[in-house]
Design a protein around this ligand. Structure first.
Ligand SMILES: *Cc1c(COP(=O)(O)O)cnc(C)c1O
Length: 399
């Protein structure tokens, strides 16, 4: 058959692919420990699930307003006011089928062929393809481990051209867990405001943050910064609601209207039942979020300790999200049974084959020296997984 040139350049999501490989190995009886998952291992809290059942019984089973029902938009506006001290009008808010879909709609609604979008590494795997699919050009800027993987104002300034439309920021970050501070964001906003550039601030991990690290959005820097920012958030990570597919955005009303048009001609609206449940998630009790964050915190400390005890591995303590991103380049150039390990993809393949441990190679996030571990699993599984990795690494022979 035939495929568009556009689609031929796009690879499927590497993280979803690893999940699929790991699932099929499990199905054939292999006991795989999957550090590849990008979703909380908890069930959606009970009060949110009950609300969905109630919504079905009450007949909330029809098409809704394209950009989300007014009650959910109100709950989102209230969330921004309460958590971020940001005020928005309903016309500035839109609900889509997940945060990923928000980003897709945003790119489709704003980018012309050749428009540039600045994406710092290590980046979330879907940013470059979403930009590509809209005809835009991802401009990748390397950040350094020594800078906590954060973009500096100078590097940003240097990357901006007359074609730059957006900078994508993700704090707390997937895959590094880094969290930008208020002063770092103020410095970036200063550069943004000097040029005609907007910011996509992906804040999906806002609630998963440790050690009392304050969360700050670049939209909070000033009214001017807020006017140039599209805050992207969603329910997947904070409320363990990945399968419900609810994400949202707040920003410029004209762009939101454009995004609503894109959505009206594609998905029509987000799921009606999930929208009702989302109101409960945002307005209801928040203690389950804290319970999950406490569990993530225990796992975070454990996995960082274990990884740093492996010879040649350096693993920083992340301030947010549920990933660690250690440097494994020490093990590149080593061999096993005659096969040379040239980079993160080879090492992950070796560890999957030899140790039955699934991991995402750093190359998928734009930095080949690293490997991403999700620790969204019980402590026993984390322990067993790291034990296996240690054992498999010991079998490697140096060059
Ligand atoms: C999980 C994730 C999202 C969005 O997930 P949805 O399930 O589509 O809401 C967005 N950005 C990052 C960085 C993520 O890790």
């Amino acid at each position: 058959m035939f495929l568009s040139e556009r689609i031929k350049t796009i690879k499927p999501s590497p993280t979803l692919e690893i999940n699929a490989t790991s699932a099929s190995m499990r199905q054939s009886g292999v006991d795989v420990i999957n550090f590849g998952v990008g979703e909380p291992d908890f069930d959606t809290p009970e009060h949110i699930r009950s609300e969905a059942v109630r919504a079905i019984e009450a007949g909330y089973t029809r098409y809704t307003a394209v950009g989300g029902i007014p009650e959910l938009k109100d709950a989102i506006i209230e969330k921004f006011r309460r958590d971020n001290n940001l005020s928005y009008k309903p016309e500035q808010v839109m609900v889509s089928c997940g945060g990923k879909h928000v980003l897709y709609n945003l790119a489709q609604a704003t980018l012309n062929p050749g428009d540039e979008v600045i994406i710092p590494t290590p980046y979330w795997v879907s940013y470059p393809p979403i930009v590509h699919l809209a005809g835009g050009r991802p401009v990748i800027i390397k950040t350094k481990e020594a800078d906590d993987f954060k973009l500096s104002p100078d590097a940003l300034e240097e990357a901006i051209t007359s074609r730059t439309r957006f900078l994508i920021l993700n704090s707390p970050s997937n895959p590094t867990g880094s969290v930008y501070s208020r002063s770092e964001l103020e410095a970036l906003a200063e550069v943004i405001l000097r040029h005609d550039v907007c910011v996509v601030s992906d804040e999906i991990y806002e609630k998963i943050i440790f050690d009392g690290t304050p969360f700050f959005s670049i939209a909070q820097v000033s009214e001017e910064a807020k006017a140039k920012t599209f805050v992207v958030n969603g329910l997947s990570k904070a409320y363990a609601m990945t399968g419900w597919r609810i994400g949202y955005v707040a920003g410029d009303r004209e762009v939101i209207a454009g995004m609503t048009k894109v959505q009206s001609q594609s998905t029509s609206n987000p799921n009606s039942i999930a929208q009702q449940a989302a109101i409960e998630a945002l307005n209801g009790p928040q203690d389950s979020v804290l319970t999950m964050v406490r569990a993530f915190d225990r796992r975070r400390k454990y996995i960082v300790g274990r990884l740093n005890a492996i010879p040649g591995i350096h693993c920083p303590m992340p301030a947010g999200a549920f990933y660690v991103f250690p440097n494994f380049s020490h093990y590149f150039k080593e061999t096993h049974a005659g096969t040379k390990i040239k980079g993160s993809a080879d090492l992950c393949e070796y560890l999957l084959r030899e140790a039955h441990v699934a991991l995402v190679p750093g190359i998928a996030f734009g930095d080949d020296n690293f490997i991403r571990f999700s620790y969204a699993m019980g402590l026993d599984a984390i322990k067993e997984g790291i034990d296996r990795i240690e054992e498999a690494l010991e079998k490697l022979v140096g060059p």
